[in-house]
Write a protein that binds this ligand. Structure first.
Ligand SMILES: NC(=O)c1ccc[n+]([C@@H]2O[C@H](COP(=O)([O-])OP(=O)(O)OC[C@H]3O[C@@H](n4cnc5c(N)ncnc54)[C@H](O)[C@@H]3O)[C@@H](O)[C@H]2O)c1
Length: 235
């Protein structure tokens, strides 16, 4: 079975490529490189021995995105990771977030229906639950008002998918998670965003890496302030 991984050069996408390959799937990767580069694909190749077919494509461009399916009409599944994900930035630039995350989702769903893709996995987020009054949350916890435009793109995205697949052969799963962390045990692949990291665990690790080289108390205090006290988005 052939699976298209969008956002495949990004953090979660590149690790997912490895898992898919190791479990016998053929994979295709699409990404526009706005928060990653192809060094992750070199790492995937080093780890798995597989050179992943790569499309440097903005999924907001429907005809560009369709070139993937024209080259690989046998794609049967899609895992859609491609999105902008910085909570704070989404508050400053909501239109950019709505345009990118919603347009790319609509285009990929459109193509799934046109090319008879059977399975669509959406990388949603725990942020869809909004400001809940009790925890832990589970799938039955009612969604609250989104706390950011980023969160709203995930809420709207889930609704678009639910409406789109109704009475269709396309099946979907909505993955709601937050703050995934870690690197591949080989050491060849981790999290290497082009833009400054916003995730909690990534920031904490960054802090520890700065303390370790014995840089002294002053630096530790400064970096603690800069890294840990800056608003930490929940996604
Ligand atoms: N990392 C987290 O904490 C977390 C938590 C919950 C959900 N998510 C979601 O999981 C997905 C992947 O997250 P990640 O941490 O791997 O982020 P990431 O930024 O490393 O990966 C996302 C990739 O999508 C690409 N992209 C963005 N817009 C695109 C477009 N229009 N066309 C093509 N490519 C595009 C980026 O270049 C990037 O490589 C995102 O949808 C994110 O919202 C992430």
């Amino acid at each position: 079975m052939k699976v298209l991984v969008t956002g495949g050069t990004g953090y979660i996408g590149s690790h997912t490529l490895i898992d898919l390959i190791e479990n016998g799937y053929d994979v295709v990767c699409a990404d526009n490189g706005c928060n990653s580069d192809t060094s992750s694909l070199l790492a995937v190749e080093k780890i798995t021995g597989v050179k992943v077919p790569y499309f440097h494509i903005d999924l907001c461009d429907l005809s560009g995105a369709e070139t993937i399916f024209k080259s690989h009409p046998d794609i049967q599944g899609m895992i859609h990771f491609a999105a902008l994900k910085a909570v704070g930035e989404s508050v400053e630039k909501p239109i950019q977030y709505f345009r990118n995350n919603i347009d790319s989702l609509i285009n990929t769903l459109d193509l799934c229906l046109k090319y008879d893709v059977k399975a669509f996995i959406f990388s949603s987020s725990c942020t869809v639950y909004g400001d809940v009054s009790s925890s832990p949350v589970d799938e039955n916890t009612p969604l609250q008002e989104a706390a950011s435009p980023y969160g709203r793109t995930k809420q709207i995205g889930e609704q678009i998918i639910t409406d789109t697949i109704k009475n269709k052969s396309l099946k979907s799963i909505l993955l709601r998670y937050f703050n995934p962390a870690g690197a591949h045990p080989s050491g060849h692949l981790g999290e290497s965003p082009i833009n400054p990291p916003q995730n909690l665990v990534k920031r904490c690790i960054f802090l520890v890496m700065i303390i370790l080289p014995e840089m002294g108390v002053v630096y530790v205090i400064i970096y603690t302030y800069v890294i840990l006290l800056m608003p930490i988005p929940w996604h």
